[in-house]
Design a protein around this ligand. Structure first.
Ligand code: CTP
Length: 426
């Protein structure tokens, strides 16, 4: 994809503005899918993308073919750090993140500008290109910032489409009145990017954990046998990282103690990398003072080799026996502190999920436990989806199979409900 000279200057202009920009929004870790349709206001969406990235959001841009006639995709790519998608049948992009996955990834879909034609297609539930397909496929809210000639806006067809979209609970931002690119004066200008960014910010509920410190453990632990071998497990760390992100999004200050995983830490998280259970235990105990919440999602190895060989063990004997010793229970140790944080544990159970999880919750003195049913058709360690049964002192709830990030949001909502509950209020 080539950058035109106009795109090049637009990028330079926006980067310069980035140094002097004044908008102080917090969209840390929010996933915004920015749809751009083909109107002259498309160039303003580049400014919107810049503002959203600056506010900490992760922005993915989808352009209609017509939009690429107004602004080159490279402009958005340079501003967001992600390639821009346009076609529905793009094998390379589909392999990286399928369109359904992209639709699920979004916390909010914002279409700016939304042309008269795009509004008509949305109103009729069309799915003939990537953007309209994503709108139908997303569980997230969809906002549109209309932009068109004042006569087109006033036309009864557009107004009827608007009414339909409004009935379907689309968020409709603008348009504004004023002088238009075509020389007309009237309703139809797209509202300014800063105003759209503010509306995006306002569309997310305020943080329920503002000012609260939380610690999360995630991933597996590796227990060394010799310098090249270890005992480990298949935990991917996805659930713990998703919980860390959901906590950040509720305003918490999060420390994430991670075993060996191939995941990027969510934005705004303080990450401590460890390898073994002993290291994880030490890292947690070093920083636990002052933490109000502790979520233990790590799949900590229960045992480690009694001795770690200094050199690589050679295969001389026909068989060998490895003596294992118990690792410290990090969660139990945290829950046993004189002033423990609100403790949430995880449990993997194959049968009698509620019975075993409740026994574990009371034995380890936990405030809450999230149990998942392993085996059968449930999401495994590396799966994108999972289901949980969450239990606390006087209640429980089933969270059905869903994407791990959504599940983490639901779990954090429950944590907020219980953690914030006044003493004795059950
Ligand atoms: N946990 C921990 N430190 C350990 C072992 C477990 O912090 N050494 C935490 C895990 O992060 C998880 C919970 O304790 O939150 C799991 O408890 P555990 O008793 O190990 O349960 P299971 O792994 O389900 O195993 P089992 O049923 O065999 O006891």
């Amino acid at each position: 994809m080539l950058t035109t000279a106009a795109d090049f200057y637009l990028i330079i202009y926006l980067r310069r503005r980035a140094l002097t920009g004044t908008v102080a929004l917090s969209l840390l870790g929010r996933h915004i899918l920015l749809g751009v349709s083909g109107g002259i206001a498309a160039y303003k969406s580049a400014e919107l993308a810049r503002l959203l990235v600056k506010a900490g959001a992760e922005v993915r841009v989808v352009m209609t073919t017509a939009a690429t006639e107004f602004v080159g995709p490279m402009t958005f790519q340079a501003l967001t750090g992600h390639t821009v998608r346009s076609g529905l049948f793009d094998e390379e992009h589909e392999a990286a993140m399928g369109h359904i996955e992209l639709a699920r990834w979004a916390d909010l879909v914002v279409i700016a500008p939304a042309t008269a034609d795009l509004m008509a297609r949305l109103a009729h539930g069309k799915a003939e290109d990537l953007l309209t397909t994503l709108v139908l496929a997303t569980p997230a809210a969809v906002a549109i910032a209309p932009a068109m000639n004042q006569q087109m806006w006033a036309d009864t067809a557009t107004q009827a489409n608007l009414e339909r979209l409004d009935e379907r609970e689309y968020l409709i931002w603008g348009p504004a009145a004023g002088e238009q690119a075509c020389g007309d004066v009237g309703m139809g200008r797209m509202i300014e990017p800063a105003e759209i960014a503010e509306k995006i910010d306002a569309s997310f509920p305020g943080g329920r954990l503002d000012g609260i410190s939380a610690m999360v453990t995630a991933g597996p632990t590796y227990e060394a046998i010799d310098p090249v071998r270890f005992i480990g497990n298949r935990s991917s760390g996805k659930m713990g990282f998703a919980v860390a992100r959901a906590l950040v999004e509720q305003g918490a200050e999060v420390t994430l103690v991670a075993g060996p995983v191939k995941l990027e830490a969510p934005k705004g998280v303080r990450r401590i990398d460890v390898e073994s259970a002993a290291e994880m235990h030490a890292a947690v105990m070093d920083s636990i003072a002052g933490q109000a919440l502790f979520v233990a999602s790590a799949a900590v190895a229960d045992y480690r080799p009694a001795d770690v060989a200094d050199g690589k063990i050679k295969k001389s004997a026909q068989s060998m026996t490895l003596e294992l010793v118990r690792n410290p229970d990090i969660l139990a140790d945290v829950a046993a502190l004189p002033e423990p944080p609100f403790c949430v544990g995880f449990a993997a159970e194959t049968h009698d999920v509620v019975g075993h999880a409740e026994e574990k919750r009371t034995r380890k003195n936990l405030d809450m436990i999230a149990a998942n049913h392993v085996g059968g058709e449930t999401g495994g360690f590396d799966a994108a989806d999972n289901a949980l049964t969450v239990l606390w002192k006087n209640g429980s709830i089933e969270l059905p199979m869903m994407d791990k990030q959504r599940l983490a949001h639901r779990l954090v909502e429950l944590i907020c409900d219980q953690f914030k509950k006044p003493e004795g209020d059950d």
